[in-house]
Design a protein around this ligand. Structure first.
Ligand code: BGC
Length: 468
């Protein structure tokens, strides 16, 4: 996830979006789908990979989680690449890398090559996850810019769902190579969508290509006063020159927003979302869904579909109810449902032999997981990214968002890397109760630390940090 300027919304004019602007929307959506597909696909692929390669817990965890490690590195270097090569070339390269990684995965003769493929794919996802929203933020007129944050999150959840549907369609043949290889498709589509598009006016102008910048502006905002807009873009570039250094991130006035941004990014992950997204089929297996078909169906519907639908709640209500009420309500739902899931697993452990998709305890565990996903999807999923993108003063926003994003990928990696090890050590029940405890701590922390930012201008938000 990357920097989206939280620019104030200009009065909406009724003009229809140009086809170039639709192209920008398509690029951001495909980047989100690509991210989500890759998060989701491993859930269905693990079964076949384990059967083919006869691997233990540690290698399973590495194959699952190193995508996140690649993405962490990709996200950190993406800003530099996008400045040097331009947004367009960076996104094209990310799409290319992603496609190559998918092919490496699909033809991997053994676990080491598969892990290399996962790292390459992850790197591509990480670069695209920063460069595509950055490109969209620079291309879109102010009146639609803010919406791209929710559009991007929605696309991520759709990508996860598409991956689950593909996994489910292929469970019979257990074709894990096809499941992973199919991820080349969104990569290729992203390249095709990006190819005819111009680079962003901001990057073009900064590189002395004034005519190309004017042309790009005309394409996305036909009829706009190009000279006036170019002057605005130039002013923004000049302001950027006074960007804070990395060292300034340590200044006392930034301590609170940084604590909030990093805290939200970490809590979003250590409450367990990606353990469930990645290991959904194993979790449903442990919860009594015995065949791969039953597990895949439970994953598609209980996780994939619910995740997409509940994200719409946040898109619709985040500006009406505010960030904090959504976060707090979601965290209560998450803490309670994770406790139910923990108790469910505890009971299932005690009734060995009585497992089966139909048992009441299995159903209770399933309901718990559904409530958890829904609670996450209308709260921590999208709202964390909204808040991270609006709490930092503009001078440090790029860098501060990068730090929070890195904290998010880092904690996602920790959880997916050690989830199976932790469940081996303290059991499924203990692990979910631990996630429940983190949700409860997050609730108290959000209540005490996070201010409401709904309806405040960026300047008002900035002023919050200097209050005693
Ligand atoms: C998180 C991802 C997660 C996704 C699930 C996003 O907000 O950052 O890590 O996989 O939500 O929908």
């Amino acid at each position: 996830m990357a920097v989206i300027e939280g620019a104030p919304t200009a009065p909406a004019d009724r003009q229809r979006p140009s086809r170039w602007l639709l192209g920008v929307g398509l690029v951001i959506m495909l980047a989100g789908v690509l991210f989500g597909y890759d998060q989701g696909v491993i859930a269905g692929a693990l079964h076949g990979i384990k059967a083919d390669f006869d691997i233990g817990t540690t290698v399973t965890e590495i194959i699952t989680s190193w995508v996140t490690l690649g993405a962490l590195v990709g996200a950190l270097v993406a800003g530099g690449l996008a400045d040097r090569w331009g947004r367009r070339s960076t996104i094209l390269s990310a799409a290319g890398l992603f496609t190559v990684g998918a092919v490496i995965e699909a033809f991997a003769p053994g676990p080491p090559v598969l892990v290399v493929g996962r790292l390459v794919v992850g790197f591509g996802v990480g670069v695209a996850s920063v460069a595509a929203p950055l490109y969209a933020a620079e291309m879109a007129p102010a009146r639609v810019r803010g919406r791209f944050v929710s559009l991007y999150q929605l696309a991520i959840t759709m990508g996860i769902l598409i991956a689950y549907v593909v996994d489910e369609a292929l469970t019979n043949s257990d074709a894990w190579r096809v499941m992973l290889g199919v991820s080349a498709v969104p990569g290729i589509l992203l390249a095709v969508a990006m190819f005819p598009m111009p680079d962003s006016p901001r990057w073009l102008l900064r590189n002395g290509r004034r005519d190309d910048a004017a042309d790009a502006l005309q394409k996305v905002e036909p009829g706009t006063d190009t000279e006036a807009r170019l002057a605005e873009v130039q002013a923004a570039i000049d302001a950027d020159r006074q960007q804070a250094s990395w060292g300034e991130l340590r200044s006392p006035s930034l301590r609170r927003p940084l604590q909030i941004g990093i805290g939200l990014a970490v809590f979003q992950q250590i409450t367990g979302i990606n353990a469930i997204i990645y290991y959904a089929n194993e979790i449903f297996g442990a919860a009594g869904f015995s065949t791969p078909q039953e597990q895949a169906a439970a994953t598609t519907w209980a996780i994939g579909v619910v995740n997409v639908l509940a994200t719409f709640i946040a898109v619709g209500y985040v500006d009406r109810f505010g960030r904090k009420p959504l976060l707090r309500a979601g965290l209560i739902g998450m803490a309670l449902s994770l406790t139910v899931v923990g108790i469910g697993f505890h009971l299932l452990d005690g009734q060995s032999g009585a497992k089966g998709g139909e048992s009441p305890t299995a159903v209770m565990t399933l309901v718990g997981l559904v409530v958890f996903i829904a609670s996450f999807a209308f709260s921590l999923g999208p709202v964390v990214w909204t808040v991270i993108n609006e709490i930092f003063p503009s001078r440090v926003r790029g860098r501060a968002v990068a730090v929070a994003t890195a904290a998010n990928w880092g904690s996602a990696w920790l959880v997916s890397q050690f989830f199976l090890t932790i469940t081996d050590a303290i059991g499924q029940a203990g692990t979910f109760l631990l996630f429940a405890a983190f949700s409860a701590i997050a609730f108290v922390w959000v209540t005490r630390t996070v201010p409401e930012t709904k309806g405040r201008t960026l300047e008002e938000i900035e002023a919050l940090w200097t209050e005693p």
